[in-house]
Design a binder for this molecule. Structure first.
Ligand SMILES: Nc1nc2c(ncn2[C@@H]2O[C@H](COP(=O)(O)OP(=O)(O)O)[C@@H](O)[C@H]2O)c(=O)[nH]1
Ligand SMILES: [Mg+2]
Length: 267
């Protein structure tokens, strides 16, 4: 799928990294092989395994690659937020977030771009739960935990998308600006709570959400930073968010035109 240069220049790809030295070089090379004109922002939080040095090396070869180095304890949600702010201040139309560990297949990126250029849409989510999508290489415990977390969120909030925790998403920048992102992404609990809440608010306010089926292979290199502890803390945080739904009203700014037209999520 060949994307026009102009389409690529509107998009910022934001990749958060923490200790991804085995993945970052092949990942960036693969993306530039597919999309030579796209801008990539790699937000690294104090990696100690040589990831930063590799990013710096890569910038010598790829002029559209931007490094953003932060302190150790930035956290995933903060890294993504940094990517959003970068997109705000540099005039991008779209920001696409993806993991560095090849769980998000670079070959899917042109599908996101194509959909954004062809349809009126505000958020595109890579979904593992649509026909054609899926996960590969998880053990039964990981499947079970994932299943439980989906059930739990669906019970609390209803079914607003088929996949709300996958970080493979593309947002229209002007829409993102309408939300108090610090409050949503940083103050509500661990990273995935903010992700879930943000998509919930997009859905509730009638923004146009589309989902694309994606296959999510488990990481081959490096270690996951998600812990059981974080999942438990997150589960309590989500319950707290649900109990304060009234307060959430002030966390979102309805987009009158879309709400009144009744254009809502499509999946
Ligand atoms: N910048 C930054 N990136 C992080 C942090 N924690 C995780 N990541 C990155 O976020 C992505 C997803 O993390 P991962 O450990 O694979 O989580 P999992 O897929 O849920 O197991 C990967 O690209 C990580 O390198 C962090 O604190 N800061
Ligand atoms: Mg991962």
């Amino acid at each position: 799928m060949i994307m026009r240069q102009t389409e690529q220049r509107k998009v910022l790809i934001c990749i958060p990294t923490f200790n991804e030295s085995d993945n970052i070089v092949p990942l960036v090379e693969k993306i530039y092989h597919l999309l030579p004109d796209i801008d990539i922002l790699v937000v690294d939080d104090g990696s100690t395994d040589g990831t930063r040095e590799k990013i710096i090396e890569l910038t010598k070869q790829y002029s559209h690659l931007k490094p953003f180095f932060r302190k150790r304890d930035g956290g995933l949600a903060g890294a993504i937020l940094a990517g959003f702010h970068y997109a705000f201040s540099h005039g991008y139309e779209w920001v696409l977030t993806m993991d560095a560990d090849f769980s998000h297949d670079p070959h899917d990126i042109p599908r996101f771009l194509k959909l954004a250029s062809e349809e009126k849409v505000d958020v595109i989510i890579g979904s593992r739960h649509l026909r054609g999508g899926g996960v590969r290489g998880w053990n039964w415990q990981r499947h079970f935990l994932h299943f439980l977390s989906r059930m739990y969120v669906t019970l609390l909030f209803g079914r607003f998308t088929s996949d709300f925790t996958n970080n493979f998403k593309m947002y229209r920048v002007d829409d993102l600006r309408r939300f108090p992102l610090e409050e949503i992404m940083l103050r509500m609990g661990p990273g995935f709570v903010g992700h879930t809440l943000l998509i919930y608010l997009f859905s509730r306010e009638g923004y146009r959400i589309r989902e694309l089926p994606v296959v999510f292979p488990d990481r081959q290199q490096g270690r996951s930073k998600m812990s059981l502890r974080e999942m438990l803390i997150g589960s309590l945080a989500i319950l707290k968010v649900r109990l304060s739904l009234k307060k959430l009203r002030s966390l979102s700014t309805a987009r009158e035109d879309k709400v009144s037209q009744g254009i809502s999520r499509q999946f």
